[in-house]
Design a binder for this molecule. Structure first.
Ligand code: SF4
Length: 279
């Protein structure tokens, strides 16, 4: 669990746009304004990646802010676009709208750069209502954008147990509604799928046009092995959630969502994180 004291360090990155690979192979680049994430979700697979292991401090207790990022992005984006199409996933190993963003406005400054020199596609992944602050800039990118809001369950008790530092679910529902109202292409990412109530699909249908479903077995980039190493399986057993920790449960849940949404409005795993509408 993250402590209350967040260690903030300002660092100059070697580069800002990194080549995308693995699960995000449909993109040319990933863009992470920060390293580390104060939301500190227990199941976050980034805990097992080199960026976190290198730090040797508990995940969620530190955040590195990338200095000079807008200037670097401007330069790198210009160069990348000279070479071909540029599709960007923001962000693959941090949340670009974690609490620190209120002060730094770093993600906002990167959107400003991209609104001036547009990539061919931008995917913004967050679980934070703070993204609504930047609706003005997102609208400038609207024809080449997907905003994806993580909402893994509708049960606040489950959220408090598994990601206590993350924003409350009601606020995320409101965020989805605001994005839709603003006319932005937005999806709910039930990723990773956590135990939820029967009403969840219907509640989501009121605020989004499509959803993406993912679980620990497909979404952690290692067929569930990273998640298992984090001790999530035994945590599920302790909490009595073990029925939810199986690949079969995912199949059942997909069918449930497909009943409420049209089949083509339920994207599965990687499919839900791919760029679309690129000519
Ligand atoms: S918000 Fe995302 S990056 Fe941050 S801790 Fe949670 S899963 Fe990891």
């Amino acid at each position: 669990m993250a402590s209350n004291k967040l260690q903030i360090t300002y660092r100059k990155p070697g580069r800002l746009l990194n080549p995308a690979s693995g699960y995000l192979t449909g993109y040319t680049h990933t863009l992470n304004p920060y390293a580390g994430c104060a939301f500190a979700c227990t199941y976050c697979y980034v805990r097992r990646l080199p960026v976190a292991l290198f730090h040797q401090k508990e995940w969620g207790t530190w955040v590195d802010v990338k200095e000079n990022a807008p200037h670097l992005l401007e330069k790198e984006l210009r160069r990348a676009k000279q070479k071909g199409k540029v599709t960007i996933f923001m962000s693959s190993s941090t949340d670009p709208y974690q609490p620190l963003e209120v002060q730094t406005q770093l993600s906002r400054s990167l959107l400003e750069v991209m609104a001036k020199n547009k990539p061919d596609f931008l995917f913004v992944q967050t679980r934070s209502p703070l993204i609504t602050r930047d609706i003005d800039l997102l609208l400038e990118l609207k024809d080449r954008l997907c905003v994806s809001i993580t909402i893994e369950t509708d049960l606040e008790q489950v959220r408090k147990t598994l990601s206590p530092a993350a924003p409350p679910l009601a606020a995320r529902m409101k965020t989805l509604a605001r994005l839709k109202q603003a006319g932005l292409p937005a999806q709910a990412a039930i990723s990773p799928l956590l135990p939820f109530s029967e009403q969840f699909p219907q509640l989501l249908k009121e605020v989004v046009d499509w959803v993406c479903l993912d679980d620990f077995f497909r979404g952690d980039g290692a067929q569930g092995k990273r998640t298992e190493k984090l001790g999530i399986k035994s945590l599920y057993q302790q909490l009595g959630y073990e029925d939810w920790y199986t690949p079969d449960k995912f199949t059942e849940v997909c069918a449930l969502f497909q009943k409420v949404f049209d089949e083509h409005r339920v994207l599965i795993s990687q499919q839900g994180f791919m760029p679309f509408g690129i000519g």
